[in-house]
Write a protein that binds this ligand. Structure first.
Ligand SMILES: NC(=O)c1ccc[n+]([C@@H]2O[C@H](COP(=O)([O-])OP(=O)(O)OC[C@H]3O[C@@H](n4cnc5c(N)ncnc54)[C@H](OP(=O)(O)O)[C@@H]3O)[C@@H](O)[C@H]2O)c1
Length: 346
């Protein structure tokens, strides 16, 4: 294996800690307040860690919230940004890390780590995923955050049941729609534009409603009556979410797993939590990974890789931004709908 360089290019967090000023991704017009491009020392793996030569990394909503200080974990100023990517293990400490040398892996980096928007990143050897050869780099770079969340959340829906998914034009929505159909569960997708509705239905959604349409309330009422969903998987968590939850029947669960709008959701009828046994809860993949048994996790990871390899799942890339152009080009790339922004590194 080639000798490692002493320095690397990286996109660094300029600020530490939290901030209350985070703005939605669609309104981000510049990122130089939060990010800077720099050459820094190559990070050194600690015990149980691997050093990964990054091939490509993703830009997820959690990254955008994190760089602005609006995620549930504090930033470390001067650390490379980026939670998720694909690369080749080039170094590491510990038995497992040594066994992974030379392998192409998908990886995630914790908020306190040396992130994926860099030429090299650090990850825990125990958490990286060794990849099938037939997996595209585009799918491998986005193999963990959204696919494992999709698999875990579709499992929350009872057998033969229906669920509502907000922000359904997202990559996560596009993963859940076919998975739900295959498992005999009915997905009602909420979107904010008409354009993605047809393709979401083709992917497997039973119904797709545009929450900005003037007929939304009537269409929602009709769909709830027909499908009787009991789970609301919500990544928007705003006033429309509150109205949807209010309209759902007894025993329904509002599972909030994202916050894409700054507007607050309200509990419109607290009495339904008492008298109709309705529940509000959160979902975080990190908690799911910590609480789920190893065998189930391995089985899920195997299924996730198989779904991408045989084409049942696909990562839609709307824009590719070279690592050295992230600070200048990311805002424009984020304006493009219907796909993920991928950072190309090698
Ligand atoms: N809790 C967890 O463990 C976990 C894990 C994975 C993902 N997530 C969350 O899942 C969500 C989806 O992630 P992703 O990577 O699949 O997203 P994505 O592909 O980047 O797409 C984001 C989607 O959100 C929609 N959206 C943005 N702001 C909105 C608003 N104010 N109202 C309604 N829709 C809005 C966009 O609609 P348009 O297409 O119309 O622009 C777009 O379709 C994010 O909130 C992410 O943080 C959470």
């Amino acid at each position: 294996m080639a000798a490692l360089p002493a320095k690397m290019q990286a996109v660094l967090l300029r600020q530490g800690g939290y901030s209350a000023d985070a703005i939605p991704a669609s309104e981000v017009r510049a990122v130089d307040r939060w990010l800077e491009q720099a050459e820094i020392d190559l990070p050194r793996p600690g015990p149980g860690q691997v050093l990964i030569k990054v091939i490509a990394s993703m830009v997820n909503p959690s990254d955008l919230a994190f760089i602005q200080g609006g995620y549930g974990q504090p930033r470390v100023a001067g650390a490379p940004a980026g939670f998720e990517g694909v690369g080749t293990v080039v170094d590491g400490r510990g038995f497992l890390a040594r066994r992974l040398r030379g392998q192409r892996v998908s990886f995630v980096v914790g908020p306190q780590g040396s992130g994926a928007w860099a030429e090299y990143a650090l990850a825990d050897a125990a958490t990286v995923i060794r990849l099938r050869r037939d997996l595209r780099d585009e799918d491998a770079a986005a193999l963990i955050v959204n696919p494992l969340t999709a698999a875990a959340m579709v499992d929350l829906v009872p057998e033969g049941g229906a669920f509502i998914a907000s922000g359904a034009a997202s990559q996560l929505g596009k993963l859940m729609a076919p998975l739900a159909r295959e498992r005999g569960k009915r997905m009602i997708g909420l979107v904010r534009r008409d354009a993605p509705a047809e393709s979401l239905r083709a992917l497997g959604a039973t119904a797709v409603l545009n929450e900005t349409s003037e007929n939304f309330a009537a269409e929602l009422a009709e769909t709830l009556k027909a499908e009787r969903p009991t789970v609301f998987l919500d990544c928007v968590a705003g006033s429309i979410s509150a109205r949807v939850f209010k309209a759902m029947g007894k025993d329904s669960r509002w599972v909030i797993y994202g916050k894409l709008t700054p507007e607050p959701p309200e509990i419109l009828e607290p009495g339904t939590l008492i008298f109709m046994r309705k529940k509000i809860e959160g979902f975080w993949l990190v908690t799911w990974l910590a609480q789920t048994g190893l065998l189930r996790k391995l089985r899920t990871i195997k299924q996730v890789q198989a779904r991408f390899a045989d084409g049942r799942w696909h990562t839609d890339i709307s824009a590719r931004v070279p690592l050295r152009q992230v600070v200048s080009d990311l805002p424009k790339a984020l304006q493009q709908c219907d796909g993920k922004v991928m950072i190309t590194v090698q």
